[in-house]
Design a protein around this ligand. Structure first.
Ligand code: ATP
Ligand code: MG
Length: 296
């Protein structure tokens, strides 16, 4: 994991004549963003996700513009970029969460372990068990702590008897670092937990169905620094078994938890590289502007 960058490029003085957000999607230093270019090192055969020329439309509006990216097994990749640049939209493509938005259309090649994610024969419920998601705001069901974690295993028939279900609930809560805090009150309602506990419960609920990938959309933005630190520790532990894609507005968080970082701007994937490289020697001037706080 990368430490907090200390050698980010120096912040440039603000020039009053310079727009805060570039209106032309081009910079003198790095040239234009080339649509359709595969950005980053393709992992070829062992890519968990192979994403090529992905475009996402909301009605006529193109929110994701020809993005190509490979995501490897067991990597933690962070998506960063200014608000509205398409991070959540792109993340949601990875388990077809965009399907529930009527006006949303996804084009391009999106493969999980070589299989077309958007094949009409793809069972979306099964897909979302393989590719779980944790949202910005903890969203536990208004049920007991136990039933929140047992929900997925019950739906997917993962336990034949109560003792097996108990084991899954315990091991998921342990992996989420929550077991010791809740083991004596598993029947208590989940909505009575603190925000940080609720978010770790949602992570336990996600991993209870043994996903291969966990998508996290700003999972710590509603949490205090202590709860954030716990979730970040958890991400590091989970990365031993799962592929994790995390959207974050915190550069420090991206630097702490991710192996690679992808920078998005106005629907383009501008740059993807090792996290330390993105934060210390970004290839593109737009990335540098964002990470040094010139816009975003
Ligand atoms: N359900 C929707 N219907 C129509 N347009 C949408 C919808 N969701 C997102 N958009 C548009 O798609 C673009 C990308 O939005 P998205 O939410 O993916 O950005 P983001 O990078 O996640 O932003 P933030 O950092 O604020 O969460 C924006 O222009 C947004 O207005
Ligand atoms: Mg978002």
């Amino acid at each position: 994991m990368t430490s907090i960058p200390t050698t980010v490029p120096e912040k440039k003085l603000h020039d009053e004549n310079e727009p805060q957000i570039p209106v032309v999607e081009e910079t003198a230093a790095s040239g234009p963003i080339v649509e359709g270019k595969t950005v980053g090192t393709p992992y070829a055969d062992d890519a968990k996700f192979k994403l090529r020329d992905v475009e996402v439309f909301y009605g006529e509006s193109r929110a994701i513009k020809s993005v190509s990216l490979d995501i490897a097994s067991n990597e933690v990749i962070a998506f960063i970029g200014p608000s509205g640049c398409g991070k959540s939209t792109f993340l949601r493509c990875l388990n077809r969460m965009n399907d529930s938005i009527d006006i949303c259309r996804v084009k391009g090649t999106l493969e999980l372990d070589g299989q077309d994610l958007y094949d009409p024969r793809q069972d979306v419920v099964e897909l979302r068990a393989r590719v779980g998601m944790v949202f910005q705001k903890p969203n536990p069901f208004p049920k007991s702590i136990y039933d929140n974690v047992a929900y997925g295993p019950r739906i997917h028939g993962l336990a034949n008897r109560k003792s097996e279900l108990d084991d899954i609930v315990e091991s998921s809560l342990r992996k989420a670092g929550l077991w010791d805090e809740v083991k004596d009150r598993l029947d208590a309602t989940a909505t009575g937990m603190s925000g940080g506990q609720q978010q770790r419960l949602c992570i336990a609920r996600t991993i209870a169905v043994s996903p291969e990938v966990v998508l996290m959309d700003e999972p710590c933005s509603a949490l205090d620094p202590i709860a954030t630190a716990k979730v970040e520790e958890l991400i590091a532990e989970l990365s031993e078994s799962y592929t994790i894609v995390i959207v974050t507005h915190s550069m420090q968080q991206a630097a702490r938890v991710s192996h690679r970082t992808a920078y998005f701007h106005l629907g383009h994937l501008v740059e993807v590289n090792d996290t330390s490289t993105v934060f210390t020697a970004p290839e593109h001037e737009m990335t540098e502007s964002y990470i040094t706080g010139r816009f975003g």
